[in-house]
Ligand binder design. Structure first.
Ligand code: ADP
Ligand code: MG
Length: 482
């Protein structure tokens, strides 16, 4: 039997406001436990929440960024349940009238094809606190600092068909919210959390199979692994004569283990009702128009421009436009070097390798775009070869000098372009390798091209990489053939 996978995602995105969604308490990460939750965040008797205007604006920008309908009247509701990290007994969220209606996010797959994923809606809500299960000797601690942090929850239609599409979608969404500046995108701190709904059906069948939901995946890697594992589990189960039950599951990224958390029957009845303390949010046209003027260039538009203006390949443009930091760095490097192709190669090669190895964000790179641009300039004008350039880059990375020119000067790396000096070097190499010279001279014409590489290599070695390779090649040919 051939099986087809169906996936829909629900994503919590933490909005980058300075204060909470209904109070003036700070949202800064890393404060001492329970120092940033005020009476409103805790839902103490007598409080009155006030909606954070910036959270509304950010949600609207998200809607504009995915071509969605903005609901000009949207309503906050209470979702009632008790949990230690939600001592107020309800989460304020949106259900019937969410702020963002239907939209779409377009993804590019590895084979170059594109696909449009429909967004069902996105709503505003508050985050809960956090239970801490370590360091309390058999007890749990509660940190309520996160209570009331603004989130948008984005819900997709079940349009994704495999883990690759789901990951491409997740990365694109990350790219959109960070470009909009509405989320810091730091997944390790939980700024984006993915719930994955998965079902399988026989290929060709119209009806969807029963889905499970795996909650709170906070890395692309875990998400991919959790999907692959769940698809396999469901197919095995059905092929062994069992049935998938609708349930919520947990996946532990560290151990790769998955388990059931609760079935649909055990799910809460949340008794939603419109929050009596909050008026409906009315979005007028002037606010919408103003926000439209503040919209940055979105990743798809940026990618198209990189292809049109800089002649980048689709692949390079996709990578360099994916996040704001990389895109800015790339444009600044092109500006400083006047060479888009070399800038792209260096950023996706040497630079990203060094950043990854050291877990440094591109915005904090010790080699700035100006420094890299200056280095590329010296490759272009033949002051240094591409190989020496890697040495220069390394010195810049270590912070020993602040410009490529200073490194070249200090280390004496300037390329040798003096004909006399190169000739002398070549004469030495030829004199020391008389047998190879003999072999070359008796070889067929079409074999010589390859054989000359040996002499070029010897000359480059003798010059410690500093001889201009083009000149070495040319003079060698003259001496050997002439
Ligand atoms: P509920 O109302 O029970 O929360 P929704 O219809 O809102 O269910 O769907 C929640 C998420 O599950 C959405 O992302 C949706 O795309 C996805 N989904 C719904 N049905 C399926 C299915 N059969 N297989 C996979 N994903 C599904
Ligand atoms: Mg739902």
């Amino acid at each position: 039997m051939q099986w087809e996978t169906v996936i829909g995602l629900e994503i919590h995105v933490q909005l980058a406001t300075k204060t909470k969604i209904f109070s003036g308490a700070s949202t800064a990460f890393g404060a001492a436990p329970n120092t940033q939750a005020c009476a409103v965040d805790l839902g103490l008797p007598g409080i009155l929440p006030v909606v954070n205007e910036e959270a509304i604006n950010m949600a609207i920008k998200f809607g504009l960024g995915i071509d969605a309908d903005i609901n000009k009247v949207n309503v906050f509701e209470r979702k009632n349940y008790f949990y230690p990290d939600l001592p107020k007994g309800y989460q304020t969220t949106q259900l019937e009238k969410p702020i963002v209606g239907a939209g779409h996010v377009d993804i590019t797959l590895a084979d170059g094809s594109t696909k449009s994923i429909r967004i069902h809606h996105a709503h505003l809500e508050e985050d809960a606190g956090k239970s801490l299960h370590e360091d309390f000797h058999g007890m749990s601690g509660i940190d309520l600092n996160r209570a009331g942090t603004p989130l948008i929850e984005i819900v997709t239609e079940p349009d994704l068909r495999n883990a690759e599409e789901a990951v491409a979608f997740a990365k694109k969404l990350h790219s959109i919210v960070t470009t909009l500046g509405i989320c810091d995108g730091d997944m390790s701190q939980g700024s984006m959390r993915f719930d994955v709904n998965v079902s399988v059906r026989p290929k060709g069948q119209q009806e969807f199979g029963t889905r499970t939901e795996t909650k709170n995946l906070n890395s692309f890697k875990f998400m991919e692994a959790a999907i692959l594992k769940e698809v396999e589990r469901q197919i095995d189960l059905i092929e062994d004569g069992g049935t998938v039950i609708q349930e919520t599951r947990l996946y532990n990224g560290d151990t790769g283990e998955a388990r059931s958390m609760r079935s649909k029957e055990e799910a809460n009845d949340y008794r939603y009702f419109p929050c009596p303390d909050l008026l409906p949010v009315i979005i007028d046209d002037s606010r919408l128009e103003k926000l439209k003027t503040e919209m940055p260039e979105m990743p798809d538009a940026k990618k198209a421009r990189f292809i049109a203006d800089f002649g980048l390949s689709d692949y390079d443009a996709e990578i360099l436009s994916a996040d704001q930091g990389t895109a800015n760095y790339f444009e600044a490097t092109v500006h400083a070097s006047d060479d888009a192709k070399l800038s792209a190669n260096w950023i996706m090669g040497e630079l990203s390798r060094s950043l990854n190895q050291n877990s440094i964000a591109i915005s904090a790179s010790p080699v700035t775009a100006d420094m890299l641009g200056g280095l590329i300039k010296r490759i272009k004008d033949n002051t240094i070869s591409g190989k020496i350039a890697k040495e220069v880059f390394e010195v810049l990375w270590q912070g020993e000098c602040s410009t490529a020119d200073a490194v070249i000067e200090k280390k004496g790396l300037k390329q040798v372009t003096d004909t006399g000096a190169i000739e002398a070097m070549i004469d030495d190499v030829l004199a020391n390798n008389t047998q190879q010279v003999e072999n070359y001279r008796v070889a067929e014409e079409d074999k010589r091209g390859k054989m000359i590489g040996f002499f070029v290599g010897q000359c480059m070695k003798a010059s410690k990489g500093k001889a201009n390779p083009g000149m070495v090649n040319q003079i060698l040919k003259q001496k050997l053939d002439g």
